[in-house]
Design a protein around this ligand. Sequence first.
Ligand code: FES
Ligand code: FES
Length: 221
Amino acid sequence: MATESFLLNAREQAISWPPGTVLLDVLRDNLGFKGTKDGCREGDCGACMVLLGIPEGEGLAYRTINSCLLPVGEAAGRHIVTVEGLNQPDLSPVQQALIDEGAIQCGVCTPGLVIALAGFLLSGAPLSEADGVAALGGNICRCTGYVSIRRAIARLCGQFPGLATDGGASSSERTSALVALGILPPYFLEAPPRLQKLLETPSDGAPGAARRKPRGSRSPV
Ligand code: FES
Ligand code: FES
């Protein structure tokens, strides 16, 4: 068993796991984050999607990953965001767009769609319907036929014209903009310093030794 720490939504989380454990199983079975769905377990459906934040400059660069394929050790020293971590007192614009456009039926794919759309808005990609559809290319929906999902994407793209022109923004500037627009909860602003502090905290039983640094700021996982 190995133990590492990471940020899980707005909290610090220490985890112990046997070799071969994937993040999906830790989230659902050990930590009770059932919003992350267990679909194909092969990286094909996107139901298990979460955001992975990796230190970049003064902020964190976020991208979407399928937690069914991520060895949980790869979460160490990073910020993992589940669909619960995007909740706010009111529905976010992403959640509202999916509801208003009728893009939710059985709901199994919905957490993955919410994460994928947040990842799209965080990515700095051109805010076009075509780019949004491409960003959701790894999300399968068996119910809606995708037309209503496309409408939700188009609605979001038209809702935030300011985001469409900040493609050169840094990851921290992008995150701040999404927090200001109510797309992300405010705790995202505190994630970079909290993660840095976590990385500098001595490991249990090894005084003075820092926890393992994340492997490369943009390494594939
Ligand atoms: Fe289908 Fe992970 S459960 S991609
Ligand atoms: Fe049922 Fe998408 S709403 S799978």
